[in-house]
Write a protein that binds this ligand. Structure first.
Ligand SMILES: [Cu+2]
Length: 245
């Protein structure tokens, strides 16, 4: 009994220590911090195409209806998902602690989840194969080391990326439709838009920044903005997908 109680106390102490470490990053909240938030839209909403998984029945049978392409995912209002919004310039030579927790990329139903993942340079990336078939993870970076690893069903592999790079394509050499993108940052001021296209970059040091938004098919758009202490500014990005726009 006594031993169990002691173990319980130790587990609690570890949990508290971990919480303390994560709450100290990325920056102190409260006074002296600035926020840039807003939304991302696209001016034309493409119809997603159906993915043909017939070359691997193990994948195809995991879907009752065909999975849809994810290269441009937008709501009926044009809110654009899977856009990486980040501070591209303005932080000077500040350095930031690398988070202890891992970023996670899953393979489920022979699709990557999330489709776009942003993480920190040298942060641990866990790639999980939740499927019953083999996958082959193959990132093709321009500014980091390229690698290529087969992954057995149910296994997890770990990787890190040492340098900043936005839009590293990651593919599976077994299943040609599988594609995701990674964005690697030296700082914590980035977000990936969800279904409503919104983003929130908080705890920024007050200053003048170039804020960029990257989308895998539509490229990069940027805006310069100055935010003061305890100030929140809103930025809207609109990507042009309409012919001639
Ligand atoms: Cu695969």
């Amino acid at each position: 009994m006594k031993r169990n109680h002691l173990l319980g106390v130790m587990a609690l102490a570890v949990a508290v220590a971990t919480m303390g470490a994560s709450s100290s990053t990325p920056a102190k909240s409260g006074s002296d911090t600035a926020t840039v938030k807003g939304g991302v839209k696209v001016d034309a909403i493409p119809t997603p195409t159906r993915i043909n998984m017939s070359s691997d029945v193990a994948c195809a049978r995991l879907h009752t209806t065909a999975a849809l392409s994810e290269d441009i995912v937008a709501s009926k209002n044009g809110d654009l998902q899977n856009v990486v919004v980040y501070v591209a310039d303005g932080l000077g030579d500040r350095t930031f602690e690398v988070p202890a927790e891992s970023a996670v990329l899953q393979q489920k139903g022979c699709m990557y989840e999330p489709h776009v993942l942003a993480l920190r340079a040298n942060q641990k990336l866990q790639v999980i194969n939740g499927d019953t078939c083999m996958h082959n993870i193959h990132p093709a970076p321009a500014n980091n080391r390229e690698w290529n690893k087969a992954q057995t069903p149910g296994s997890t592999l770990e990787a890190t990326f040492a340098r900043e790079e936005v839009g590293i394509p990651l593919k599976c050499n077994v299943h040609p439709w599988m594609r995701s993108y990674l964005a690697v940052f030296k700082h914590p001021f980035f977000a990936v838009t969800g279904k409503d296209g919104s983003f929130d970059l908080s705890n920024l040091p007050p200053g003048t920044y170039t804020i960029s938004a990257w989308q895998e098919k539509l490229g990069t758009v940027s805006q310069k903005i100055t935010v003061g202490s305890n100030e929140t500014k809103t930025v809207q990005f609109v990507f042009k997908a309409k012919a001639g726009s």
